[in-house]
Design a binder for this molecule. Sequence first.
Ligand SMILES: C[S@@+](CC[C@H](N)C(=O)[O-])C[C@H]1O[C@@H](n2cnc3c(N)ncnc32)[C@H](O)[C@@H]1O
Length: 239
Amino acid sequence: MSNWRDPGGWRSMVISYDGNPQKMWDRILVGGGTIPMALRNRKRLASCLIARLIEQVDYDSAHVLCLGAGPGHIITDAMVQTAKNSHATLVDLSSDAFDYGRELARKKGLIDRVRFVQGDVRDVKGMLEDRVDLVKMIGICEYLEDDQVASIAHALRDVMPPGTSIVFNSISKRHGTDRFFRRVFGLHMIHRSPRQLQELISPAGFSDFTVFSEPLGVYKVVVGKMTAAANHHPKGICK
Ligand SMILES: C[S@@+](CC[C@H](N)C(=O)[O-])C[C@H]1O[C@@H](n2cnc3c(N)ncnc32)[C@H](O)[C@@H]1O
């Protein structure tokens, strides 16, 4: 179990995504386990949706802000799925995700298009200056309290012009996910439905939500739109 010491961390995602860990127990868990399978489904679904949203951006290069990005598997998968130009800012607490992330980006030919920022997404307000065309919050809301999700949404309103999109996910207790994470990893994630998440972020000006389920129904990926005018207009946002 040593590979899973930080189950909410980016390394456990890499084990689930790659699907080929060295240890026998990990191989059984990752290959046939519902949760790793659901995580891979979520990654596929989210990257595909993000690629389509990048294509809808009117600017020459779409700027994607990724909160709790880890090394950036999902965003880099999305960026290579589309011919439309894009660049991304990846925010994570763990700067040790970034060396791995730079290597990942280099392999995918994206090294000049990603920027890594070490920081706490709860302080997102201080990190944002430029216009953001799309926000990705996959694999992060389940670690945040209600008021933290709501305050991040409010901070985003300052940099997201009307019509821009946010992508986030819910997690259900389906297939015993809650029991699994608590008993096996001692990890207490916050389970919320898509509606509960929408209720947290919509007061900041988000609406027009569409919900997509991965095949196992453990994760739902939700796309919403910023429909309100910004609180103010920082550098890079034109009225
Ligand atoms: C489960 S991983 C998900 C990584 C990536 N988003 C994905 O889905 O593949 C959660 C990531 O969120 C980061 N994280 C957790 N709380 C955070 C916070 N308050 N601020 C910034 N990053 C955070 C962790 O360091 C970790 O890399």
